[in-house]
Design a protein. Structure first.
Length: 348
């Protein structure tokens, strides 16, 4: 099967040459592969298994890996990355993202948190470091959606900018090449763009056919920020805490199913082809070789037709799956309060 023979890395014969994978250009001129591998095991998949998938995915052509300290597996993934680099993959040919967790916002913890991720990932720089959520709230990993922290706080722009200044410092220190945001809204991002010395290069956001976020997507692209789409398959194995009875299933949508039937592929691959063609970077998670191989191969196959792209555009259901309930900071709030749905930052 895959990876290192002796000490040298080999691409699997059925893999895709990473040089052929399309890239998107960031405002800095750097290029990021148009698909990456997610690494959040949804509290179910062990760090070792995810780390094996990172090596297996590299062997079929992936060079972009979406990591985060809160996934609690960066030290496992670090071993895989070290093997890949020792085996001959050039560090500059990899794109490694990590993220600052919510309890590390502020003046003092950003740089040490990034240094910890670098140590765990066995790297001396990151390609992209994101503020994972704009809310500086700690909640225990795996806690229930009804869990509320007595220290929970809303988005306070001045405080967010204190964190952002430290993110900018990481660029000055050459520990990270790019910085970015995640789980943002237009009103929050507008303020960050107004006040940043180094503007976000990427914004990671939930994006799948039933949750297309057209306004935010346009805002991000218009501001030369590259959108990275998480849960691109509708996160079928997400933790129980992230499920509600109203959630819909992208891969069961008749439009997606019909296109999949025409192409004789799994509906998941239609979601990924749509994502890349629309211009976001999907980061599907998988530890199944057939799945992650199929996921990267499908973006090299002939594109969806214009009619198919239009048909998928019309099935948006504004169905947010990762609602973020644990970040609410007051009693009797609704999760919509986190997402500034009326175009203004929800007041404290
Ligand atoms: N910034 C944020 O706040 C944030 C939030 C959520 C997620 N993320 C990132 O986004 C990544 C992806 O999101 P996600 O993990 O929520 O969901 P996802 O990628 O939409 O779905 C992953 C699930 O789909 C299955 N799958 C993958 N390829 C498949 C295929 N070709 N056919 C059928 N099933 C397939 C996987 O199972 P198998 O393993 O069996 O293939 C896995 O359980 C995460 O891992 C994480 O890196 C970021």
């Amino acid at each position: 099967m895959h990876t290192t023979s002796g000490n040298s890395f080999q691409l699997d014969s059925d893999g895709i040459d990473p040089n052929l994978i399309p890239k998107k250009k960031l405002y800095t001129g750097s290029e990021i592969p148009c698909i990456g591998l997610g690494t959040f095991g949804s509290d179910k998949i062990s760090g070792g298994k995810v780390a094996d998938a990172v090596k297996g995915a590299a062997a079929v052509g992936y060079r972009h890996f979406d990591c985060a300290s809160v996934y609690a597996n960066e030290h496992f993934i670090g071993d895989s990355l070290q093997d890949l680099i020792r085996g001959g993959i050039q560090r500059e040919d990899l794109w490694i993202t990590s993220k600052l967790w919510n309890d590390k916002h502020g003046k003092d913890d950003v740089i040490p948190s990034c240094e910890k991720s670098l140590k765990d990932l066995k790297l001396n720089y990151l390609d992209l470091y994101l503020i994972h959520w704009p809310f500086p709230n700690y909640h225990p990993p795996g806690c229930d959606v009804t869990s509320r922290s007595s220290h929970a706080k809303p988005y306070i722009h001045e405080n967010f900018m204190k964190t952002w200044r430290q993110m900018e410092k990481l660029v000055d220190m050459k520990l990270v090449k790019h910085i970015g945001t995640s789980n943002m809204t237009i009103p929050k991002l507008s303020r960050v763009l107004r006040d940043a010395k180094i503007k976000p290069a990427c914004n990671e956001m939930e994006l799948h056919p039933h949750f297309q976020q057209p306004e935010l997507f346009k805002f991000v692209v218009d501001n030369e920020i590259v959108p990275i789409g998480y849960s691109p398959l509708g996160s079928p194995n997400r933790p129980e805490r992230d499920r509600t009875p109203d959630d819909t299933v992208d891969t069961a949508d008749p439009v997606i199913v019909e296109i999949a039937a025409r192409l004789n592929i799994h509906p998941a691959l239609v979601c990924l082809k749509w994502a890349v063609q629309r211009g976001q970077i999907p980061i599907p998670f998988s530890t199944d070789r057939n799945h992650y191989l199929g996921n990267i191969k499908c973006v090299m196959d002939p594109p969806l037709t214009d009619d198919e792209m239009q048909a998928i555009k019309s099935i948006d259901k504004n169905c947010r799956l990762i609602k973020g309930q644990v970040f609410l900071w007051k009693a009797n709030q609704n999760w919509q309060d986190l997402w500034d749905v009326d175009g203004k930052i929800t007041p404290p």
